[in-house]
Design a protein around this ligand. Structure first.
Ligand SMILES: [Zn+2]
Length: 361
């Protein structure tokens, strides 16, 4: 495979889920196996994980009935039990809850947002390298979702997960994300899950309701959300279970990695990923040299940066790390929010070309 598969989802939420489940049944099973193994490596007992996932089913139905219905469709379409599909959808909440030893690896990513003043074509962009476990790359897909109640959007997700983490909708609202860790993660797991928030961001019609999806209710685990609008706005929002804060672009550029940039948080993930401390600053500098002239080729080139390889912006497997802890850039993503277009690679961007996915094509 040299590009991510493109799946068009139409009809009711349940029908969309059925299509997703039928087409990606094998990948969904692979994901369940991968995450159950990972939870076990981090000390979470399988029976506890399964019970936790089951407890989320009525909660997700209450928080967002359409999300729950689409999830049920995925379970029925794939033949995978609903608590296993739920387990994928709440994997952040479960995985982060098992992080008490603070030694486990997790998603490491480098993200950015660019305002029209920084870009060559005067458009607004967000993007990122999404760094995660190597086997997950084979279960990624681009979903193009057309819905009656909610915005049409195009996004990248893991097979079995309803809410795409990187995407753009018909109103020009775009999202990319970073993993963060704070000591309070997982203390209150039964709060609105990360992936459900991602879906609500891409369902939004207005930018203020996008922000509301992130900040209005308390979180179970930390995360960073870079949200943008094609009319020329980008805001980076850092969240933990106890607080949220935000970073605005400076001189039209904002970048983020896997540590909190604002004060007031106890940031933990850089203990596992010390490279986080240089990745965001470095990406910013690579852009600053070209401010006002940044085009997609410059974005791609910056995302291919190998300083500190393998722990670089373009991340590669560390041959000295245990196999189960290795990560790499599973996909590199650039979102053109004006044109509602997603450019993405399968694997590290230095090895693979970007394929273009446009909403509505
Ligand atoms: Zn590379």
């Amino acid at each position: 495979m040299t590009s991510l598969p493109h799946l068009v989802l139409t009809g009711s939420p349940y029908e969309r889920g059925l299509t997703h489940g039928e087409r990606f049944a094998e990948e969904i099973r692979m994901n369940v196996e991968t995450y159950l193994t990972r939870f076990a490596q981090h000390g979470a007992k399988e029976e506890v994980v399964r019970r936790q996932a089951t407890e989320y089913v009525p909660l997700v139905e209450e928080w967002n009935p359409d999300y729950a219905s689409e999830l049920r469709g995925i379970a029925d379409g794939s033949g995978v039990p609903i608590e296993e599909v739920m387990l994928l959808n709440v994997r952040y909440e479960i995985l982060y809850a098992s992080y008490s030893d603070q030694t486990a690896g997790t998603d490491g990513c480098t993200s950015f947002g660019l305002l029209p003043t920084a870009t060559a074509d005067g458009k607004t962009y967000v993007g990122q390298n999404w760094d995660w476990a190597v086997p997950i790359a084979d279960t990624l897909l681009v979903t193009e979702t057309h819905q009656r109640d909610g915005s049409d959007h195009i996004a990248i997700t893991e097979a079995g997960i309803v809410g795409g983490k990187m995407g753009v909708n018909e109103h020009g609202i775009g999202l990319v994300i970073n993993g963060l860790v704070s000591p309070d993660d997982g203390e209150h797991p039964f709060r609105k899950p990360f992936h459900l928030r991602c879906r609500e961001i891409l369902d939004a019609t207005r930018f203020d309701s996008t922000l509301e999806s992130i900040i209005a209710t308390p979180h179970a685990c930390s995360a960073n959300y870079v949200v943008g609008h094609g009319d020329g706005e980008v805001i980076d929002i850092e969240t933990s279970p106890n607080r949220t804060d935000h970073v605005y672009p400076r001189d039209g550029i904002v970048t983020h990695a896997n540590h909190f940039m604002t004060s007031g948080f106890e940031s933990r993930m850089e203990r596992q990923l010390p490279d986080s401390l240089y990745r965001a600053n470095r990406l910013r500098r690579l852009f600053e040299h070209q401010r006002g002239a940044i085009d997609t080729e410059i974005m791609k080139s910056a995302l291919c940066d190998h300083f500190g390889r393998p722990a670089s912006i373009c991340r590669h497997e560390d041959p000295d790390a245990p196999v189960e802890e290795r990560s790499r850039t599973d996909t590199s993503v650039i979102l053109d929010l004006d044109d509602r277009t997603l450019h993405a690679t399968y694997g590290p961007p230095c090895d693979e070309d970007y394929r273009t996915y446009r909403l509505g094509e």
